[in-house]
Design a protein. Structure first.
Length: 276
């Protein structure tokens, strides 16, 4: 990008183009502003890491650790340094060894996504409905239907939604996983829907919006490695800039039963009773 000054008021166009690139299933995108690049006398932006880590729940970091044992993944803390290093480091690593970096970045993104889950949304229908209603206002109509699931298979919801965090964020990160997707690794990794949105309805050149803009674009470089990832802006949703696209979803991950024996350490248990 040319930087914040040139792109602060065209997030709808920038997100639509990058989402189309990702939906093609053939390419990755990378977005860097001037503050992501090293320069003498100026610190590289760490807004993406600050935002993502600020949403992590201790209970879900522990739950991810138990899941990591079953799935032979690294634990949540093992990806902290990768996340902290930021988008220029992620790009350099990806260009140096694409396959090794892809695995690491997928896991780093997955750990931060699972860390924002709120299992209370499974047991509390009113909380779940409040979160989904807030999410409805962020996304296109075709996505609302996908995210809501059904009464028989309600979703777990997490993220920076005010209904869950009590805080109003201009950068919206929401993770939705259908309850039944907690039953196996194939559905767990392929059933994720990750929404990342920036409220650009009052885009300006002030420092507050610039900080949110940096956090948003920096984090998209990592979160694009999540299956079912969708980026958007409030202006883009209003203008219907985003079409359904599933080419990049992971549908064929090998299946391993995660709850065949609830006595095994790290088992998720059968939702909702196993959710604590």
């Amino acid at each position: 990008m040319d930087g914040f000054a040139a792109h602060h008021d065209q997030v709808d166009d920038d997100t639509a183009k990058r989402q189309a690139i990702l939906d093609s299933g053939r390419f990755r995108f990378w977005s860097l502003g001037w503050r992501d690049l090293p320069e003498v006398g100026r610190e590289v932006s760490d807004r993406a890491a600050i935002f993502l880590d600020g949403l992590q729940r201790e209970s879900e970091k522990e739950r991810f650790g138990k899941l990591a044992v079953r799935m032979a993944w690294g634990r949540h803390a093992e990806y902290q340094e990768t996340v902290r290093r930021g988008p220029l480091y992620w790009l350099q690593r990806y260009l140096t060894d694409p396959e090794e970096a892809r695995v690491t970045l997928e896991m780093a993104a997955r750990s931060r996504a699972f860390g924002v889950m709120d299992m209370a949304t499974l047991k509390d229908p009113e909380l779940r409905e409040a979160a989904l209603t807030e999410l409805d206002a962020m996304v296109p109509g075709w996505m609302r239907r996908r995210l809501r699931g059904s009464d028989a298979n309600p979703p777990v919801v997490g993220g920076s939604l005010q209904a869950l965090s009590g805080t109003a964020y201009r950068v919206g990160f929401a993770l939705v996983i259908p309850r039944d997707a907690l039953l196996s690794s194939a559905s767990l990794t392929g059933g994720i829907r990750a929404v990342f949105a920036l409220d650009d309805g009052k885009a300006d050149t002030g420092p507050d919006f610039e900080a949110d803009w940096q956090a948003f674009w920096g984090a998209t470089n990592l979160l694009q490695f999540l299956p079912g990832f969708q980026m958007m802006s409030a202006q883009g949703v209003a203008a219907e800039r985003y079409a359904p696209g599933d080419a990049h979803d992971q549908k064929d991950a090998p299946t391993r039963d995660l709850i065949s024996d609830e006595s095994q350490p790290g088992s998720l248990g059968e939702p909702p009773p196993g959710v604590r």
